[in-house]
Write a protein that binds this ligand. Structure first.
Ligand SMILES: [Zn+2]
Length: 368
């Protein structure tokens, strides 16, 4: 999923679930920042202290995508939550929509969030991971033959001419049957000189199908390479995204019920499903869809909006980057512990540890 869902959609759903505006803002910000914490950063405070970032994503084309450690520590825990189904590791790692493992993770984080200072940021990270299962299901966060798709089999249904043009442009710019995440593939090939030869012969994530799973309005179908039969996978992104919104809303309701003093009445999801569905199905760019969410948030169509909602700041990853960079100038370095970016690092570290060292090993999945 993209900015429209991870930030604006999450904000709206958290508000509908009774979270107040400032709490919803932190949750939504953390949810989107998972996609933006892409580099290893280190800041040193001359008074004493060192701050290291937590990396929770890589950009398409970053060489780290070919590194299996990055796949296991970044893509699997933050974007392709394994379903744990099947007979072997590659099958266990295939992401499952609203699967039992991701729901176990939600239960865990709901409990932890009550007891720590970084609870809102942890709920935001959980929301990102959970939301991604509604678009990334059927693919895994590692280079796997199970991710490879028969490219000519991809078929888009009921797309407007504008959408078809957009998809064609995307294809031109970086379609690769294998390693489609690496538009700078030629350069990388030289750099790694065959070191990762084995690792790169299979696709990572849903790269083989480009951004198709992340477009909320798209109806499409395709065939996996591994499937010799003519079995076609049919995807209704509007259906999956709408289900994802409803489940996220229920997750936020559970969280807001646990927060004493923060509860407000929940809005009825069913009554607002039509508004949300309308946003999801509009065949337009991400920026325009963000605008539709902003309008629905400020107009009161989804919940009784306040001035705070009408002034919801545009998402800007630099805001938390600046908190991190400011560490070097703090007179008292320990003041960083009160900043949201530090809470995000705490939450991301806990999430990664919990998944890779507790939950997945319990199910026999050992990745690190
Ligand atoms: Zn993601």
């Amino acid at each position: 999923m993209k900015l429209d869902m991870h930030y604006y959609g999450v904000y709206a759903l958290a508000r509908m679930a009774g979270m107040n505006s400032s709490a919803a803002k932190v949750i939504a910000y953390a949810s989107q920042y998972v996609d933006d914490a892409v580099s290893v950063e280190e800041r040193i405070n001359p008074v004493g202290g060192r701050l290291e970032s937590e990396v929770t994503a890589h950009h398409a084309g970053q060489i780290q995508n070919l590194n299996t450690a990055a796949q296991r520590k970044v893509w699997v825990p933050f974007h392709f939550m394994p379903g744990g189904k099947g007979e072997n590791l590659m099958e266990w790692l295939v992401c499952e929509k609203d699967g039992t493992l991701v729901r176990e993770m939600l239960d865990h984080h709901l409990e932890v969030a009550r007891t720590v200072d970084f609870g809102l940021e942890l709920i935001g990270i959980a929301a990102h991971v959970y939301a991604d299962t509604f678009s990334h299901w059927g693919f895994s966060g590692v280079s796997s033959p199970l991710n490879a798709v028969d490219a000519p089999s991809i078929n888009v249904i009921r797309a407007t001419p504008g959408t078809r043009n957009y998809l064609k442009e995307k294809e031109k710019s970086f379609f690769r049957k294998y390693n489609p995440w690496t538009p700078v593939w030629e350069d990388i090939q030289e750099i790694v000189a065959g070191t990762f030869a084995e690792e790169v012969t299979s696709a990572l994530g849903h790269g083989a199908v480009l951004t198709y799973p992340d477009l909320p309005y798209l109806n499409w179908s395709f065939r996996y390479d591994y499937n010799d039969s003519d079995k076609r996978e049919r995807r209704s992104n509007p259906g999956d995204f709408s289900e994802g919104c409803e489940k996220l809303y229920h997750f936020f309701c559970r969280f807001s019920e646990r927060l004493k003093g923060r509860e407000q009445p929940h809005m009825d999801f069913e009554e607002r499903r039509g508004v949300i569905q309308g946003i999801l199905e509009t065949q337009t760019g991400t920026a325009e869809r963000c605008e539709l969410w902003v309008n629905a948030i400020s107009s009161g169509e989804l919940f009784a909006s306040t001035n705070m909602d009408r002034e919801l700041p545009e998402y800007d990853a630099k805001r938390w980057d600046r908190q991190r960079d400011g560490f070097e100038f703090l007179k008292n370095p320990s003041n960083i512990t009160g900043k949201q970016v530090f809470h995000f690092y705490q939450a991301a570290a806990l999430h990664r540890f919990y998944l890779l060292r507790e939950l997945l090993p319990e199910k026999g999945i050992i990745l690190t």
